[in-house]
Write a protein that binds this ligand. Sequence first.
Ligand SMILES: *Cc1c(COP(=O)(O)O)cnc(C)c1O
Length: 392
Amino acid sequence: MALDNLGFSSRAIHAGQEPDPSTGAVIVPIHQVSTFKQDGIGGLRGGYEYSRSANPTRTALEECVAALEGGERGFAFASGLAGEDAVLRALLTPGDHVVVPSDAYGGTYRLFDQVFRPWGVDHSIATVADVDSVRAAMRSNTRMVWVETPTNPLLGIADIEAIAAVAHEAGALFVVDNTFASPYLQTPIALGADVVVHSTTKYAGGHSDVVGGAVVVAPGALTRDGDSVTERIAFHQNAMGAVAGPFDAWLVLRGLKTLAVRMERHCDNAEAVARFLLDHDGVTAVHYPGLPDHPNHDVAARQMKRFGGMVAFRVRGGEDVATKVCAETELWTLGESLGGVESLIEHPGLMTHVSVAGTELEVPSDLIRLSVGIEDVEDLVADLGQALDRLT
Ligand SMILES: *Cc1c(COP(=O)(O)O)cnc(C)c1O
């Protein structure tokens, strides 16, 4: 059966995951090994030589993410940022320019601002919800446009297809961080992205028990010089070595099997939480792409299957009240990260986005971000309600 024709969950459960040929194990084993016996010099079994270059557990995960994103090749890294770093160093050289989003994961912006700018790759910031802002940020040496959608933490929506056109007109590569949506809700390659990156720490892993990253390359993607993007990233993954270890790769692969069912429940719960917040007097704004008055709701409805599990909102009373609400929920755990089965609450200004304080990416101080988990939604709403009723 050709995997390409199967539905999302069939691919998540089977792509890259044939039962083990030597034992019949139905789950890909954790190949916790560094090197492989050769049958005579250069006589590799299945192409495996040394686990930085390739490891069978990691290969299974890489094939699975490529199948889910519709890419020609997937790569698994030790973290989302390690994957981003490999993409940037594989595809850019000093003197190049990148357009980056005005609302982004703080660590991604820090990578551009504090690692790549000193290295010689400059950036301009664009409001990715506005295609004209992206066009205006392009320069003659722009070699890459980078977006997140939905954005972190303000849940802005970038029009992937329209921005792909702007990037490609200028001969630039287009990279989409698909962490918030996951491939279940959105597949950027089908809309024109050349490269998709993920923090698999989040929805892909889904259980807050692993840190990892993935990179997927669109079929046939080429650099300006006509080099294969896949070959460049493959070379850099091995040459720089920030690969996912076998156990971490295995945990992410296990997480992917249930991504579709988890995501449906995350979306159900987030929709209910967003509706509850809209009606609460202590809440001054709710950011969720599923709400009809979200500024790019139509774009989200076109390019996403549903609207995801992340919700942000602002409270009456400013930073003081926002921090107290975060501290006084009981079922919602105060913590960074997102995408796990358990619900998390955090204050972006003082936590995940502290590295962008004082920059153009600074976030409002009365903002609270929720990663809505898959617990019973009545319990989630009741817990938020008790904190908001008392404090706002
Ligand atoms: C967490 C995150 C990253 C970074 O991933 P790590 O696995 O923490 O290195 C990148 N982008 C987004 C949108 C994220 O949420």
